[in-house]
Design a protein around this ligand. Structure first.
Ligand code: NAD
Length: 378
């Protein structure tokens, strides 16, 4: 049983293996073959992987050749998949909503596991890459905002006078937003937060922040069975805009994290709202990869609107790649454990397992996940 790990592209500093998971995979009975240098941008050397029991391949071709499983952070190419054993298993953050990119990969006949699709049930919590990576991104967003903000965050009472606390507003209170609230509170800011899901109200309060939201009938129904937000009506959005516009002009730092699965990020901050903020204020838009929550966002860039900085990182978890790779590799291991028969030390996939079914995007040349099977033409 050979598990291959290849180096990611130039924009992805994370890697899909750590010395810890290499050791655990070897203990499951697997051979682990890692492309030389794959971990270097996460400070994981070939030597530490070798010491953990992995083999180091000189290039990607050697790592992939005839492997049963390929572990990646980002989507591999069709050629990489074709170098594996026919019908091999591939696990990565596949971006399953990008149909044009997924269909050719599905056609290779590989079993494609999309880590974003891991069901949000307690048994699968250790496999949840959205949580592990969003948690780091929420932390880093606040730390980055604080370093760009030319003032201090906590209130300081000194003999020379009092420095006021900074006001931080978090928009979207999922995993990233909760960590952003906690981080901003630790730094001493006065924190407020908003979300459309009623469950977040108590969570915000429990972290010592103030909840700001339009709490109407639609708000009470805004959470799906899977725990995600629904797209809100035009009427709700208008009320939300008015509330946010009044609140935002008094804020120093705003971190936006609002997402709806499979859709562009909701637009929560207009250019006019940005212009109403004080010069020196900072917005960090964590939804940049999906278009951004702020109208002035330029994904991957930092822009200045009348002295307000809008930072729009594409891969913030990747900027703390040492931690992000370690957690991601552990998420992958937790999923992979399900694929093995631990007694016989062989690959034995139970295709009826709820987690496997929920994460499997394509198999035997076809998209099989119910949320992504194309409707037949009418
Ligand atoms: P997400 O990344 O999909 O979205 C981020 C946040 O943006 C969400 O809280 C969402 O409600 C909010 N949002 C969407 N539209 C908005 C709007 N118009 N205005 C304001 N906010 C808006 O969310 P997530 O971090 O993946 O978390 C979603 C839920 O899943 C949370 O309740 C989280 O605690 C839960 N969760 C459960 C598990 C588990 O059970 N295993 C694991 C992780 C997360």
């Amino acid at each position: 049983m050979t598990i291959a790990v290849t180096a990611e592209g130039p924009d992805e500093p994370r890697v899909a293996i750590s010395p810890e998971t290499a050791k655990m995979l070897v203990a499951l009975g697997a051979r682990v073959r890692v492309e030389s240098g794959a971990g270097s941008r996460s400070r994981i050397s070939d030597e530490t992987l070798k010491a953990a029991g992995a083999e180091i391949a000189t290039n990607a071709t050697d790592a992939l050749s005839g492997a049963d499983i390929l572990l990646r952070v980002r989507r591999p190419s069709g050629d990489e998949i074709r170098a594996l054993k026919p019908g091999a298993i591939v696990a990565a953050i596949l971006e399953p909503y990008d149909k044009a990119a997924i269909e050719p990969l599905a056609a290779t006949g590989a079993s494609l596991f999309s880590m974003e699709l891991v069901p949000r049930i307690s048994r699968a919590q250790s496999m949840d890459v959205l949580s592990s990576q969003a948690n780091l991104a929420g932390y880093k967003a606040v730390v980055d905002a604080a370093s760009h903000f030319g003032q201090t965050l906590p209130m300081m009472m000194t003999a020379a006078g009092t420095v006021p606390a900074a006001k931080v507003f978090i928009m979207g209170v999922g995993v990233a937003g909760l960590q952003a609230i906690a981080t901003a509170r630790r730094l001493g800011a006065v924190v407020s937060a908003t979300d459309v899901r009623p469950a977040t109200k108590e969570q915000v309060a429990s972290l010592g922040a103030k909840f700001v939201a339009v709490e109407d009938e639609e708000f009470k129904q805004a959470q799906t069975a899977a725990g995600y937000a629904k797209a809100m009506s035009v009427e709700y959005q208008a009320k939300q805009t008015e509330l946010v516009a009044n609140h935002i002009k008094t804020q120093d730092i705003v971190v936006t994290t609002a997402l709806i699965p499979g859709r562009p990020a909701p637009r929560l901050i207009s250019r006019a709202m940005v212009e109403s903020m004080k010069p020196g204020s900072v917005i960090v838009d964590l939804a940049a990869e999906r278009g951004g929550n702020c109208e002035a966002t330029a994904p991957g860039q930092t822009v200045d609107v009348n002295g307000v900085k809008i930072i729009a990182p594409i891969n913030l978890a990747g900027s703390v790649s040492v931690n992000a790779s370690s957690l991601y590799a552990k998420n992958l291991f937790a999923l992979l454990e399900l694929f093995f028969d631990k007694q016989e030390k062989v690959l034995k996939v139970n295709w009826d397992d709820e987690i496997i079914k929920g994460t499997l995007l394509a198999k035997d040349g076809k998209i099989v996940h119910p949320n992504f099977i194309s409707q037949p033409a009418a």
